[in-house]
Design a protein around this ligand. Structure first.
Ligand SMILES: [Zn+2]
Length: 139
């Protein structure tokens, strides 16, 4: 596995915090990077409000993209939580994200099925494939 993205523990904690707050509904959001390192975790609304799936209104995604762009960063990926299953892209995730947000977009999944032991994994969704990626935790 190659390192697909770098981020601080604070950014990881922000995603975990969001996942815990919204459980059992799936939480979701966007990641902005500069030079391959995350500079901002932006919360989004899961319009499905479901424990089994998520989607972000395309208009909301566009609004976030614009704000990220305006700040001189770039949209690098997404995160969402799995509240009852392992942090592995589901067939629905692959169907929703594969056509639009393949590599180099990174998809973090925050597994909070066990609220005491959140599990964070990162993926590329390349067409019908899910390919796990490494991420580097930076100071
Ligand atoms: Zn999912």
């Amino acid at each position: 596995m190659a390192i697909a993205i770098r981020l601080s523990q604070a950014h990881i904690d922000a995603m975990i915090q969001h996942a815990l707050e919204d459980a059992p509904i799936e939480a979701c959001g966007l990641l902005a990077t500069k030079d391959g390192a995350v500079v901002e975790v932006r919360r989004a609304r899961n319009r499905e409000a479901s424990p089994y799936r998520f989607s972000i209104d395309p208009l909301e995604t566009r609004k976030h993209e614009q704000a990220i762009d305006d700040s001189g960063a770039e949209l690098a990926g997404f995160y969402h939580s799995h509240t009852g299953s392992p942090p592995i892209p589901s067939p629905t995730d692959i169907r929703m994200m594969g056509p639009f947000f393949g590599p180099p977009f990174v998809h973090f999944i925050i597994g909070v099925a066990d609220l005491e032991n959140p599990e964070v994994r990162a993926w590329y969704i390349d067409g019908p494939e899910r390919i796990e990626q490494e991420f580097e935790v930076i100071p």
